[in-house]
Design a protein around this ligand. Structure first.
Ligand SMILES: [Zn+2]
Length: 211
């Protein structure tokens, strides 16, 4: 297997370790670190560092905000225990989001399939299945998109992304990922804005209400 070459940023791993990520993104990070030894070690280091800072914080400079966050973090499991194990290409965090079931793909056209796993006001999370040679569909998002490859690979202007690789794309990045030849590409993708699809239906219905 090709080694992982596209990783999470330190900021994202620190936010994950502190429990500050929206669930959609936390699932992607949990899935990545279950595959990536390097990022898992960095999260463990961040956890240890947090503990050391807390121990050393008696009377010394630690922002009230950070202290409050740490105290809150102590009261709840930072990383939700993953009760469901991995299955095939799907890490435990993904199987948990699937409630232990295989994906129930919905056809999007052109052989592309998806299953929405999370869609709330903090973000959306979906599995995408892209046949070899197909472009990842435009799925309107604003803000950041975090995509983890679980099977196969895709390529775009930022390079080639294989199993375990994560692409962090902002809406100002013009990228059109295309699944490489060979195996179908299966990705886990989180965005921090509701799916544009959700806004589209009210827009389509709007004229009907103007009778
Ligand atoms: Zn990594």
């Amino acid at each position: 297997m090709t080694p992982i070459s596209h990783h999470m940023t330190d900021d994202i791993l620190a936010d994950y370790a502190d429990g500050r990520l929206a669930q959609a993104f936390a699932v992607v990070v949990a899935a990545h670190i279950s595959i990536c030894d390097e990022c898992r070690a960095r999260v463990e280091a961040a956890d240890t560092l947090g503990g050391v800072l807390l121990q050393d914080s008696d009377g010394v400079a630690m922002s009230a905000d950070r202290r409050d966050r740490m105290m809150a973090a102590l009261d709840q499991p930072v990383h939700d225990p993953i009760a469901i194990g991995p299955s095939g290409i799907f890490p435990g965090a993904v199987m948990q989001a699937l409630n232990g079931n295989p994906p129930r793909w919905r056809m999007l056209g052109g052989g592309i399939r998806q299953q929405i796993l999370i869609d709330d006001n903090k973000g959306s999370l979906r599995l995408l299945y892209i046949p070899p040679g197909r472009a990842v569909p435009e799925h309107g998002h604003q803000g950041i998109e975090m995509t983890l490859v679980l099977q196969g690979s895709f390529s775009d202007s930022a390079g080639r992304f294989g199993r375990g690789d994560v692409e962090l794309a902002h809406d100002d990045v013009n990228h059109q990922p295309i699944a490489d030849p060979g195996e179908a590409c299966i990705c886990l993708a989180a965005t921090d804005a509701p799916l544009r699809f959700n806004a589209l239906i009210p827009r389509l219905l709007q004229p009907l209400f103007r009778i």
